[in-house]
Ligand binder design. Structure first.
Ligand SMILES: C[S@@+](CC[C@H](N)C(=O)[O-])C[C@H]1O[C@@H](n2cnc3c(N)ncnc32)[C@H](O)[C@@H]1O
Length: 237
């Protein structure tokens, strides 16, 4: 009996948005995979696919994973079960699959839900990507942390008291998933005397990027927006 070679699942970080911020390794592996999968909003739009659109060829098969993209989304278990089955059957047939992940795959990335379902059964390789926090710091010209600074990453979706407790003791913070939580975040930062040091970025590194003090940000931010804050005003200070 001949044993069929299993395909490899490549979790490819494709960076924050600018197509030039993909690693050489991710670009090489993407070109080598016969199947390309990506999360897509229910309407079919995929930010991850858009980033690498110029690198995808017509001969590559595509699998769109229709994830609910509302700001407060929870992982939709059935969607990932179905995606894992579809990707798993490609891997079982010996086909390598590139699963695109915006930013870095293991940093709040939906990739990990497919990874969790398939990593025990198939070879997997994860290629890290430039994360949005790094991209936002670069675009703002705002160093994240220096010397013995403690940098805290928090989702704005946390309850207000939890958010306040986390931010009360940190030197610097990246506040993700702002969405409908901008006013709550502003209230917490104001009480902690940090609001004047907080900067907002939406759609960092894309042509439609916007940057401003968090005080001027829209009360309802788009899904791809975050805030950075440093207690001293600057990590250089
Ligand atoms: C599900 S997480 C994905 C993070 C991604 N894996 C990474 O490494 O950056 C989505 C959150 O990342 C942040 N984000 C991702 N891309 C961004 C961008 N280009 N500009 C600003 N924020 C971004 C937003 O806070 C958004 O709600």
């Amino acid at each position: 009996m001949t044993s069929q070679r299993l395909g490899c699942l490549f979790g490819l970080g494709v960076g924050p948005g600018d197509p030039e911020l993909i690693t050489v390794k991710a670009a090489r592996l993407l070109a080598a995979c016969p199947v390309v999968a990506y999360p897509a909003a229910e309407g079919g739009d995929s930010f991850a696919r858009r980033i690498v659109a110029d690198l995808i060829r017509p001969d590559q098969r595509e699998i769109a994973i229709a994830v609910p993209m509302d700001v407060a989304r929870d992982p939709a278990q059935e969607v990932y079960d179905a995606a894992a089955r579809q990707i798993g059957s490609e891997l079982q047939a010996g086909n390598d699959v590139a699963l695109l992940c915006q930013g870095d795959p293991f940093f709040y990335g939906s990739f990990m839900y497919v990874f969790g379902r398939l990593a025990e059964h198939f070879p997997v390789e994860v290629v890290p990507g430039v994360s949005s926090m790094m991209a936002c710091a670069a675009r703002l010209g705002m160093p994240l942390a220096a010397r013995e600074d403690v940098l805290t990453v928090v989702p704005a979706t946390l309850p207000e008291a939890a958010l306040e407790a986390r931010l009360a003791t940190t030197d610097a913070a990246a506040i993700y998933k702002l969405g409908r939580h901008v006013q709550k975040v502003r209230a917490v930062l104001r009480r902690l005397d940090l609001l004047d040091h907080a900067r907002y970025v939406e759609r960092a590194t894309l042509a439609e990027e916007r940057r401003m003090p968090l005080t001027d940000a829209p009360d309802i931010a788009p899904y791809f927006a975050l805030a950075l804050v440093h207690r001293r005003g600057s990590a250089l200070g």
